[in-house]
Design a protein around this ligand. Sequence first.
Ligand code: FAD
Ligand code: NAP
Length: 339
Amino acid sequence: MTDSLQLRSEYPLQELNTFGLPAVAEYYTEIHAADQLEQLEQWLKRHPMPLLLLGGGSNLVLADRVPGLVARILIRGWHRSDLSASHVRLRVGAGENWHATVEKSIEQGLYGLENLALIPGTVGAAPVQNIGAYGVELKDRISAVEVFDRQEQCLRDLSPEACRFGYRDSLFKSIEPERYIITAVEFSLARQFTAELSYAGLREGLGHDPVTPKRVFDTVCRIRREKLPDPTEIGNAGSFFKNPVVSADLYQQLKHRFESLVAYPDTDGYKLAAGWLIDQCGLKGFSLEHVGVYPRQALVLVNLGAARREDIERLARHVQQMVQERFGVRLEPEPRFYP
Ligand code: FAD
Ligand code: NAP
């Protein structure tokens, strides 16, 4: 039987976004099962207002007041079935914790998610920006995304192709952001481990001992803990800017002027390391009132205490301006600003 929706008004979200911004939702509810979504839609039909889906709040920059309804997705579930002799299908509820899912998959002898360890947030939000780290993207590891289609008012599976995944991008992030509520993600994981070691940082971190899935997982966790601020201690949303992709021409010009430029070939040209660009502007450790550039990783903006959305926007504009002036490249924010 479906539990009826519990709605709250003027609900504080400061503990529910990793930047620790003091946002308050006009209305708030929690979704524990996919069949509650029909009730949610019925309620929204009677009370038309914007809807924000919330996972772990680790990729959001919220205003002080969040108008409309915030629905936190807490759908659990873990279903395993055979796909082939080499692969296993794993369907995981959207509200499950991402990192715990990676850890449990390895414990069960299912491989492919090791490089994505310690990314905060939920399984359901992972397809939204096609999360990626250390040379692996979510799109490489999934067979379907289960969604509630708000237009058709039904549950269905989308194939990876239908999700239109791109670099930190997808159908859910930039093409039809209001249409789908992700209820589960289906992974295709291997029974045999193949290491993805294209990133020098990970290779160096692993050293010379034999490479096992658990060692990759542990090494990724260790490197991330050394470089990145723990959101439970210092508010942040991870990388604040996407790595800009520039044409081969612009890359050549920049490389000529800045010999140590950090860049990687990409399908559309060259991907520049945004952290390097910011660092070169002397901004590592720079702060403006309540917000700063993290000293150990220039791509991360941190809440120094009592920050509000406006403070983050002010520092972000400053960083964008400095990078634009020095390199002629525009940095785009990665997290979603809401509203
Ligand atoms: P939220 O912030 O709650 O939501 C993000 C977006 O997804 C919002 O638009 C929201 O409306 C939407 N959404 C949430 N749940 C659903 C759902 N069920 N259905 C439809 N839409 C939904 N990202 C990377 O890609 N790689 C990294 O290595 C990485 N490292 C990070 C490190 C740190 C310290 C931090 C703070 C963040 C990092 N991130 C990284 C960013 C972030 O963790 C990921 O984008 C993560 O997937 C967001 O999950 P979430 O549950 O917190 O989503
Ligand atoms: P890093 O390993 O120091 O690398 C710096 C940048 O160079 C990264 O942005 C990475 O791009 C790129 N890069 C490095 N080796 C590459 C290769 N072999 N091929 C293509 N690109 C390469 O980066 P880091 O800051 O320590 O982060 C490690 C990983 O965790 C990265 O994948 C990063 O994206 C991820 N991460 C993401 C977030 C987030 O919030 N989105 C936060 C922290 C860490 P990519 O970023 O495209 O991988």
